[in-house]
Design a protein around this ligand. Structure first.
Ligand SMILES: Cc1cc2nc3c(=O)[nH]c(=O)nc-3n(C[C@H](O)[C@H](O)[C@H](O)COP(=O)(O)O)c2cc1C
Length: 203
């Protein structure tokens, strides 16, 4: 039986074809090597609302605001097996507009609905010089709160602007590790405890 797997690549930069897109493309190429499908989600340059803690999502598992991309992103994460969140580093953290969106997406979809449990998560950041690990740690919070296994590489998942061969190698390895984890946990389901846990993620 062939099981199609899909990873959602979230570009949290306002630049559609900038450094973050380049970083995600390297990960994408590694996923494609293993026949894993990908879909892109581009953060809009339009204003993004912050969470107003209205708690309406407690019942609906959706955000009450329909005028930006939050509910669209919830649907896209539900429909995939893994998600890679890419962000430029802004003042040693992820892009603030991306965080405003992710706060609402994960509060509605995950904290209340547990809709993302068991999906594989990864993050990558791009930067000029410093702040990558603080930015990555912030993005990992969304996954760890959501019972989403986090994939690692062999160093911090970052790509510097310009020619960064080491960064490219790190991201390639991240993509391959993600493919391996998806492969083991989904294609060979039933073979170990880890897999059976993944498939009970609605519990
Ligand atoms: C508002 C702002 C803040 C930034 N802060 C940092 C920073 O703290 N550290 C750093 O190394 N680069 C910083 N940068 C540079 C970006 O992280 C870098 O150019 C990034 O690769 C841009 O990605 P993009 O082309 O996908 O938008 C900042 C850029 C902007 C616009």
């Amino acid at each position: 039986m062939v099981i199609c797997m899909k990873v959602l690549l979230v570009n949290g930069s306002p630049h559609k074809n900038g450094n973050t897109s380049k970083a995600l493309s390297i990960i994408e190429a590694a996923l494609h090597e293993r026949d894993i499908q990908t879909e892109w989600f581009q953060l809009s340059a339009k204003p993004v609302r912050g969470c107003i803690a209205c708690e309406k999502c407690r019942e609906t598992y959706r955000c009450v605001f329909e005028d930006d991309q939050a509910n669209e992103l919830i649907e896209k994460i539900i429909a995939c097996d893994g998600v890679v969140i890419g962000s430029p580093v802004y003042f040693a953290g992820p892009n603030g507009a991306l965080l405003a969106l992710l706060d609402r997406v994960f509060y509605a979809g995950s904290c209340h609905g547990r809709l993302f449990k068991g999906k594989i998560g990864a993050a990558a950041v791009t930067l000029w010089r410093a702040g990558s690990t603080a930015a990555l740690d912030r993005l990992y919070k969304y996954f760890s709160y959501s019972e989403m296994p986090i994939v690692s590489s062999d160093y911090w998942n970052m790509l510097h602007i310009g020619n960064d061969q080491t960064g490219e190698d790190i991201l390639r390895r991240l993509g391959r590790n993600m493919a391996e984890l998806l492969d083991r946990s989904i294609k060979k389901r039933g073979s170990d405890i880890w897999t059976s846990w993944i498939f009970q993620r609605s519990g």
